[in-house]
Design a protein around this ligand. Structure first.
Ligand code: AHG
Ligand code: MN
Ligand code: MN
Length: 345
């Protein structure tokens, strides 16, 4: 079957054409993005075949947990292995932080042809986001950010290389394994989306220069946890609900974010009484999407501060997350600020 996308730019063509827009245009970032897209194709194949190839369900009979204490699914482990293996083979990478691994994975290329110590970029990754959706054939994704190291190139990356504000990302993106598989990314010059054609194994530019629609019609929140969250968020949701906004919640951040980016909306995951710090992780969930949201004309906050500006303090730090179309997020932020002013007076 001929691809319906024939004539459209491939991801590879696009990456090369846009290389010069990037401040440190040496081709290194292009190489890294290409390698991530290769790993995405491998994971995509597995996700598509999940029901057939015995990889649905919990890893190690449910006895295996990650650093967050969450039970690992077989596909969490497969996606982690695949992305980490591909990133380790990329000469441009010096280190990786993955949701599935407790510590920084240092990547030393000194024994490889063309390698000179640890590469200039570090990568933060959620290899499989929304993994509880796998068993029920609902969308999942991968989320990543790429940072330029602050420490000397060639030396072992330091923890501060990973603990940078989202505004300092050089690139961020996600892959959505859904009814179509898409790769959406930004290097700081807008957001572009590519749809995968499995018949020829290529991503094609299908959603150029993505921007949030000006009007939000959707709010996304786990309704069952709402009562345990801040009253500001409860009031906000009650108000927008009464105003006619629609509720949509997939339970995979990447899918909820993607839908809201295309349709216009806000995603909310507050801190709760049992978990005031929230559930979602700064480095490989909130920060990459905050970077993308800003590039698409939206924004993200933790209720206190614009998430682009917050510097994380630890690798697996969590955060409340409110993200989406700018006016919707600003309205919620104003409500948070209003409550704070009242409490202070
Ligand atoms: P992960 O599968 O990477 O652990 O992430 C799951 C996250 C996120 O994708 C989603 O938005 C959120 O968990 C859903 O949480 P609830 O089930 O508490 O709503
Ligand atoms: Mn996740
Ligand atoms: Mn995950």
């Amino acid at each position: 079957m001929l691809s319906a996308m024939i004539g459209a730019q491939t991801l590879q063509e696009f990456i090369v054409a846009r290389e010069s827009e990037f401040a440190y245009a040496t081709g290194d970032l292009s190489r890294l993005l290409t390698d991530l897209s290769t790993a995405a194709k491998m994971v995509n194949r597995h996700v598509n075949r999940a029901g057939l190839s015995g990889i649905i369900g919990q890893h190690d009979g449910g006895n295996s947990t990650n650093v967050q204490g969450e039970t690992q699914q077989k596909l969490d482990v497969y996606a982690d292995n695949t992305f980490v293996r591909v990133l380790k083979s990329c000469l441009k990478v010096g280190g990786v932080v993955s949701e599935e691994q407790p510590d920084v994975i240092h990547v030393d290329h000194s024994k490889r042809a063309g390698g000179s110590g640890y590469g200039r970029y570090v990568v933060c990754i959620d290899p499989l986001d929304g993994s509880s959706n796998i068993d029920v054939n609902i969308s999942v994704g991968t989320i990543f950010s790429i940072l330029r190291r602050k420490s000397d190139m060639g030396s072992v990356p330091q923890i501060d290389d990973f603990l940078q504000p989202a505004s300092d990302c050089v690139a961020a993106g996600y892959i959505l394994y859904g009814s179509s598989t898409m790769l959406v990314y930004s290097t700081g010059c807008g957001v572009n989306g590519f749809t995968y054609d499995p018949s020829i194994g290529e991503f094609f530019l299908s959603h150029p220069d993505l921007k949030f629609p000006a009007e939000s019609t959707i709010y996304s929140v786990n309704d069952a946890r709402l009562a345990d969250g801040p009253s500001v968020v409860q009031d906000y949701v009650n108000t927008v609900r009464a105003e006619g906004m629609n509720a949509r919640y997939v339970g995979a951040l990447v899918a909820d974010f993607h839908r809201n980016l295309l349709k216009g909306g806000i995603f909310l995951y507050p801190g709760t009484t049992s978990r005031p710090e929230g559930k979602l992780r700064m480095l490989y969930e909130a920060q990459p999407l905050a970077f993308l949201a800003a590039q698409a004309g939206g924004s993200a906050t933790d209720g206190h501060i614009d998430l682009l500006k917050r510097t994380p303090l630890s690798l697996h730090e969590r955060t409340p997350l409110y993200i989406g179309e700018k006016a919707a997020v600003a309205r919620l932020q104003a409500a948070f600020d209003g409550v704070r002013v009242k409490a202070d007076s």
